[in-house]
Design a protein around this ligand. Sequence first.
Ligand SMILES: C[S@@+](CC[C@H](N)C(=O)[O-])C[C@H]1O[C@@H](n2cnc3c(N)ncnc32)[C@H](O)[C@@H]1O
Length: 212
Amino acid sequence: MAEILARGIDRYLESLLPARGEVLAAMEREAKRRDIPVVGPQVGRLLASLAAATGARRVFELGSAIGYSTLWICLGAHPKAKIHYTDRSEAFAEEARVYIDRAGFADRVKFHVTPDAVDALSVVPGQFDLVFNDIDKEGYPRAFRAAVARLRPGGVYVADNCLWSGRVTDGRARDEATLALREHNRLAMADERLVGSILPIRDGVFVGTRIL
Ligand SMILES: C[S@@+](CC[C@H](N)C(=O)[O-])C[C@H]1O[C@@H](n2cnc3c(N)ncnc32)[C@H](O)[C@@H]1O
């Protein structure tokens, strides 16, 4: 992934990160070894912080892989939180179950193995304090529409990879993922129900709070 921030700034931010716990550290090593695109500790800490700030009891995650972002959310969420994990890969879900169990959060995570995380969201009733979107980028506009409709007032929508290694700014980039991300970012920034911004950490993260 191309860096969004100047290399020195990125290194500085990395240098400030405290060591992660044993399970997160093991997941980071595994993600690096197998090239699994996890959010990493900067965005992980942001997710934990937002889960804590919203006192999150109900969280829906679209695209969870080995459960790295899920675990960060668990760390910030309310002790009685229910966090909905989704992924189309049964193998990833199996790995995630083991990590989440090892970290002591097995009772807080509900696993959905599904070909379409947005469909899974539509069948879980109720409102959410936090929805995190990290599925295939082609699906972002649809996921955004589904997610925002399900946030409680004061609830937060987060989406990873919004700057897509800078490709969203390259007028020649016309591939489906880049077009979908541009559409997603336009929708997210223009939606009057939300107030938010794209933070240029890692690959760009949209964070928006539901105000209407
Ligand atoms: C970027 S990875 C998620 C990483 C995870 N959020 C983390 O940071 O630890 C995206 C995951 O979403 C899954 N995925 C992509 N599109 C999906 C969809 N429409 N429905 C369900 N799973 C999807 C993929 O199998 C992949 O494991």
